[in-house]
Ligand binder design. Structure first.
Ligand SMILES: Cc1cc2nc3c(=O)[nH]c(=O)nc-3n(C[C@H](O)[C@H](O)[C@H](O)COP(=O)(O)O)c2cc1C
Length: 349
């Protein structure tokens, strides 16, 4: 199905006058002043201008590639406690990924070069989506393509698939030869990839940005103009580790993607800059481990957050972040998480 191009106004998530006044953005928040009788309201909408919306019961979800398909975690805790689930990166055909070793530990973080190992789109639609459809939590499919046109083809195949609530375009993977960061480092190619996906699906399209550019805001605005429902910032930061014994890079492809607490200030800066300029919601991602980290991202303008590497050290990290946000709001006497979104941003002109 090919839809007419979406106007940026249609997906507008925030009115120009609402900066610093969340009640103007979310009138329901003003209607329920905090009384302390009920827990704070953690609900957010990640696609407020979109026809289906993307309502989350709380603003916390896993970062793609760090939660597999969600099935393993679903055995250990109530998956429906999350705001959303994000799948690992899906490609049209199954992929084996890159040679080992694929990860290297670094101070306050890790490098990875997984190379999008996954079962392929057909298997996701056939075997995984039916399970996701039974969950009471929206599942966001993270998709990666070699070309701009392939993003459109993948979006068309996922459109209307029960169990899939939204798409996240991975135009920012640093660990593959084609597509990935190659698209995400070009404003023009990012815009075309967004347009291709948006035209072929009614699902909200989230675009995941690479931090490995000079001007992420230009990328975000170009994707917004092509109908992206939200921006996710950020994917991993390009890095490298050396094995001094072998006198070679640790990772076979030399470069890898840096994640974990080491990148949190970079991610916060990009979220802040994008949220300042864009009108669609921003999902913050990068180094989030605690509720306090998440609160910083929300104040910097994120409507929701993703938790990735922290899950490897603490499989309960997502739940801890949800509890931490709730506890912080309660302690501060804030009725709704929506009341703090973007509160650290300057007023809009
Ligand atoms: C092992 C690993 C695999 C990843 N795979 C993907 C992926 O398939 N698609 C994607 O968009 N991002 C992928 N990422 C990036 C994460 O989703 C996230 O953007 C990044 O790790 C920063 O968040 P963090 O510091 O909380 O981990 C991966 C990260 C790691 C560590």
């Amino acid at each position: 199905m090919v839809k007419p191009q979406t106007s940026p106004d249609r997906v507008q998530g925030r009115k120009a006058s609402s900066r610093g006044n969340p009640a103007a953005l979310f009138p329901a928040a003003a209607a329920h002043p905090y009384t302390g009788d009920v827990p704070p309201d953690l609900g957010v909408d990640l696609a407020p201008g979109h026809k289906t919306g993307l309502q989350l019961r709380n603003p916390v979800m896993p970062a793609s590639g760090t939660f597999s398909w969600g099935l393993e975690f679903a055995k250990h805790f109530d998956i429906n406690a999350l705001g959303a689930v994000v799948s690992k990166g899906i490609t049209t055909a199954p992929r084996q990924g890159n040679p080992q070793p694929r990860v290297a530990e670094t101070p306050a973080g890790m490098l990875n070069s997984i190379g999008l190992q996954n079962v392929g789109l057909g298997e996701v639609i056939k075997s995984l989506a039916p399970t996701w459809a039974k969950w009471d939590v929206p599942v966001i499919a993270n998709i990666a393509a070699d070309t701009v046109e392939e993003f459109g083809e993948m979006a068309a195949r996922l459109d209307g698939t029960p169990g899939i609530a939204a798409l996240e375009l991975n135009i920012s993977c640093p660990n593959v030869d084609q597509g990935g960061i190659e698209i995400g480092q070009s404003v023009e190619a990012s815009a075309r990839a967004t347009r291709a996906a948006v035209r072929h699906t009614d699902l909200p399209v989230i675009v995941k940005l690479t931090p490995n550019v000079t001007d992420p805001v230009a990328l975000a605005l170009a994707c917004e103009a092509e109908g992206a429902a939200a921006i996710c910032a950020i994917n991993t930061v390009l890095g490298l580790a050396i094995d001094t014994r072998r006198r070679r890079p640790v990772l076979p492809r030399a470069r890898g993607g840096l994640s974990g607490p080491a990148i949190k200030p970079i991610a916060l800066r990009i979220v802040y800059d994008v949220a300042k300029a864009a009108r669609i919601p921003v999902i913050g991602c990068g180094g989030i481990r605690t509720g306090q980290d998440a609160i910083e991202f929300l104040m910097a303008g994120a409507t929701a957050v993703q938790v990735g590497t922290a899950t490897f050290a603490n499989p309960r990290a997502l739940l801890d972040v949800i509890e931490g946000i709730g506890g912080w709001l309660e302690g501060e006497g804030v009725a709704s998480v929506r009341d703090i979104i973007g509160c650290a941003l300057p007023p809009r002109d």
